[in-house]
Design a protein around this ligand. Sequence first.
Ligand code: DX5
Ligand code: ZN
Length: 228
Amino acid sequence: MGVQISPSILSADFSNLAGEVARIAPAADWVHVDVMDNHFVPNLTLGLPVVERLAAASELPLDCHLMIADVDRWAVGYAEAGARNVTFHVEASAAPVRLARELRSAGARAGLALKPATPVEPYADLLPELDMLLLMTVEPGFGGQKFLDLVLPKIRRARELVKDRDLDVWLQVDGGVAADTIERCADAGADVFVAGSAVYGAADPAAAVAGLRSQAAAASHSAWWSRH
Ligand code: DX5
Ligand code: ZN
């Protein structure tokens, strides 16, 4: 799998979600859906009923990012609602291996998310249980925040862990990903890019997706981790 772009509808018009997905559908690989519960993060967005309707109405597969407490209890519901990928935070899960297995059994891809200060090394042995690792490049909770360069070495180390084990685990970055930061992410080892304000803040969201994709593709083509 090469570069994939997953625009976040957190920065879209919540009164017209299906229409907002249609604007990016020709250009994007996924639609990133941020679920927040005002406990795990200090913000509240949407939940299962909306995801269920969006999964039915969306032309793109849903990439659900759960920023919720007690996630072991709720995550499988999102897979059953039709999300193709369900990512949960390790900081919110009591049993991440069990949960990843449950998500896969429910037919979804299993993603594990790490906040900026959470190290990746303790989860190296979990990688075969996962389809994607999400390394947050801002503190989760809000769109439009400044990209944290301090996460770049962790992206690099995560790519090394995946490469050493010869796994097909995607590495996603989320937060502050835009034209001025996406190349650094791709160069470090990311291959799935979430962008909210950089896409929905643009006059032409589909063109913004295409622009980000070509930047990321060029940067990953010459990156250390993609050379053979
Ligand atoms: C933030 C969310 C992100 C958010 C990114 O906690 O997880 O998906 O939409 O927004 P930007 O791209 O504007 O930083
Ligand atoms: Zn997100």
